[in-house]
Design a protein around this ligand. Structure first.
Ligand SMILES: Cc1cc2nc3c(=O)[nH]c(=O)nc-3n(C[C@H](O)[C@H](O)[C@H](O)COP(=O)(O)OP(=O)(O)OC[C@H]3O[C@@H](n4cnc5c(N)ncnc54)[C@H](O)[C@@H]3O)c2cc1C
Length: 278
């Protein structure tokens, strides 16, 4: 049995986690990346052609899940997304934004799956990676490249530290103290959905199930209650510092460090201490 792993890039963390999942299946594993403009249907066709009758595994990223959904549609086979464990044709996978672990069985001759983010360690050793060039067939053409405007600041997805605010911040203006702390830490500012729904911050700043999924070294959650849909976006953080006025807040169950108090006092106090230390 052989397994082909679709990797977004050889150094991409979620792709390396997919490689670890593929290796846990047993058998020979080969890795493939796809070059050229993003066209999920065409990328899937290139992967299907290269894979022959092998099992196919992809990363649990937005692109990984989208390309693998096209792979499954083209092969008319079921896809198990966000898998955390495989036992033969039985598996466990994450559903509903992390609220449910589903035990499932794949009723197919081949296994198509994506690895749940951060459910597997990285495979960092060098695996020979095949580079596939898809046939775009004129359906897709790159007309322009527009880099996201981060105003010269580190982006949410790449930041090593994220300072995130929820309803507890109180207003759009209230984010000034989070911005100030973030600037000192070279951090990005994130927020909860309540904040984007209120129009205090743009949707691009939202962390969560329907926002960006972040995996910084440190996630500082200020005035965020810790709803499952928010945690789905920040559970990849190595450490979580929660600042909340309510000592019963759910966020504390996910926190490595906890401060019970008013964020309007705590955040400026942290900023002042950091300034002194610099
Ligand atoms: C399908 C679906 C998808 C969703 N996707 C997302 C998503 O992607 N991201 C997301 O964030 N949410 C998402 N949500 C919404 C989610 O369920 C919660 O409603 C939301 O995360 C709550 O935001 P919050 O923590 O800012 O607000 P709240 O739940 O209202 O919590 C505010 C917190 O602030 C604390 N607080 C108040 N004042 C202070 C103060 N002065 N100092 C310190 N703490 C204070 C309170 O104690 C409280 O814990 C989704 C919901 C659904 C149904």
């Amino acid at each position: 049995m052989t397994v082909v792993v679709f990797m977004e890039r050889a150094d991409d963390e979620l792709s390396q986690q997919a490689l670890t999942l593929a290796r846990s299946l047993g058998g020979e594993v080969s890795a493939a990346t796809v070059e050229g403009p993003y066209a999920p249907g065409a990328w899937a066709a290139a992967i299907v052609a290269a894979a022959g009758d092998a099992d196919i595994v992809g990363p649990g990223s937005d692109r990984g899940n989208e390309v693998m959904a096209h792979v499954a549609a083209q092969l008319d086979l079921p896809l198990a997304a966000n898998v955390t464990e495989v036992r033969g044709d039985e598996l466990t996978r994450i559903r509903w934004g992390g609220t449910l672990l589903e035990e499932a069985r794949l009723h197919a001759g081949r296994r198509l799956m994506t690895a749940a983010p951060f459910a597997f360690p990285l495979s960092v050793d060098s695996t020979q990676t095949l580079v596939l060039t898809p046939e775009l067939g004129g359906a897709v053409a790159v007309v322009d490249h527009v880099a996201p405007d981060t105003g010269g600041k580190v982006s949410l997805a790449d930041a090593k530290v994220v300072v995130s605010g929820g309803r507890g911040v109180g207003s759009a203006e209230g984010f000034a103290i989070l911005e100030e702390l973030a600037a000192l830490l070279d951090a990005a500012v994130g927020c909860s959905r309540v904040v984007t729904s209120a129009g205090w911050r743009p949707h691009t700043d939202q962390v969560g199930q329907t926002g960006t999924k972040v995996s910084p070294d440190l996630y500082i959650a200020c005035g965020i209650s810790g709803a499952t849909q928010h945690i789905a976006g920040c559970k990849g953080a190595k450490k979580l510092l929660a600042i909340n006025a309510d000592r019963e807040a759910t966020i504390f169950a996910h926190a490595d460090y906890a401060v019970v108090g008013d964020l309007h006092e705590i955040v400026p106090a942290i900023t002042a201490e950091l300034r002194k230390a610099k």
